[in-house]
Design a protein around this ligand. Sequence first.
Ligand SMILES: Cc1cc2nc3c(=O)[nH]c(=O)nc-3n(C[C@H](O)[C@H](O)[C@H](O)COP(=O)(O)OP(=O)(O)OC[C@H]3O[C@@H](n4cnc5c(N)ncnc54)[C@H](O)[C@@H]3O)c2cc1C
Length: 384
Amino acid sequence: MDLDTVIARARRVAREVLGPESRSVDEERRWPESGIRALQDMRLTGLTVPEGQGGLGHGLLALARVCEELGRECASTSICFGMHAVGAAVIAAKATSIQQHELLSSIAEGKHITSLALSEPGTGTYFYYPQTKLSLHGEASLVLSGAKCFVTNGGHANSYVVSTVSADPDAPPGHFSCVVLPMDTKGMEWGPAWSGVGMRGNSSRSLQLDDVQIPRENLLGNEGDQIWYVFNVITPYFLVAMAGTYLGVASAALDDARRNLQERRHEHSGALLAENPIVQHRLGQTWAIVARTRALLYSAASKGDAGDPDALVALFSAKAEVADCAVDVVGQAITLSGGRGYRDGSRLERMLRDVQASHIMAPTTDTLRSWTGRALLGRPILGE
Ligand SMILES: Cc1cc2nc3c(=O)[nH]c(=O)nc-3n(C[C@H](O)[C@H](O)[C@H](O)COP(=O)(O)OP(=O)(O)OC[C@H]3O[C@@H](n4cnc5c(N)ncnc54)[C@H](O)[C@@H]3O)c2cc1C
């Protein structure tokens, strides 16, 4: 399926399913089941699965653009979709034939949602230093013990990509392993329902893992190649999913502001707000912020898809710029919309809450700025 068709399908699902449900998803703090099922029906949940396993075989640019379309209508659904797409890309990166057959094919067919369980309460924003333990249990099994937090799609996905300390006792610190954990495996215990300031449909729940036993075939890749996963798969896909989502929110906020300026007329003068040169100027500046941020994101994602060695730095900066852009633009849109935008329960009020997560979701904006600087200075990215 070519990119134009993918985007047209994403836009249709966003407008017909996500938009009408976005308010109740937020108010009821409900996981967006019908939005996710519509994306499955359109085959979009196979976006990052290789064509050989029946998926759409798309990369970073497509993920950024699909999340932008979804984020325009519902940031929660977009991140739920995005974390699934990142998880699918992580599984696909070094999938064994069993993983191709059992996981990727059913993801491509729209029968399986996965998600990422990397963050832990103990290490927080340092998602690449998991403390969850992985040990061998005989020849055929692995055993997991630890705690995860903020697992988007928590309790709803069919499987979770979980990071753990490497099972190899001789592995250097920071080396970890990823495994696929099927839902409802014995020993998994979900924490309370997710209740955030925003992103309320995310079901980003905590997960306790007590001696959870899984088959050895569920290990992803080989021991010791996990830093490769972090910088070649997890971080690029994670960054574009988040950046696309919050760019979509910024675009929608800009549209709301423009609509308000075109509709709002003052009785004393009979003039439309759109005729005022000060708001014209402010809208023009805001448009430029969105347009230049979009250009950076698309260019960074295209570089990533092309294997350009400069792509990682561009991707780091793109997500940081999108976070700054989204928070700024939603604030500008509320100013331009006056009391209507500031009203409790307005679309902009939800966006105001949702976009705060763009700085918090790891790698955070400050972390990304530092990583960019280190890379430009030829220093190790994860050095202190
Ligand atoms: C809506 C939502 C969805 C999420 N979904 C997922 C998911 O699906 N999977 C997943 O694995 N995780 C997910 N996360 C977790 C997220 O990516 C972060 O890892 C987590 O929120 C950060 O953990 P913490 O709150 O313990 O931050 P802390 O580690 O306590 O950090 C707090 C703040 O301190 C600052 N800080 C910390 N260290 C540094 C430093 N070295 N330099 C500069 N500043 C620093 C940062 O600003 C950071 O935001 C999600 C989070 C949210 C809010």
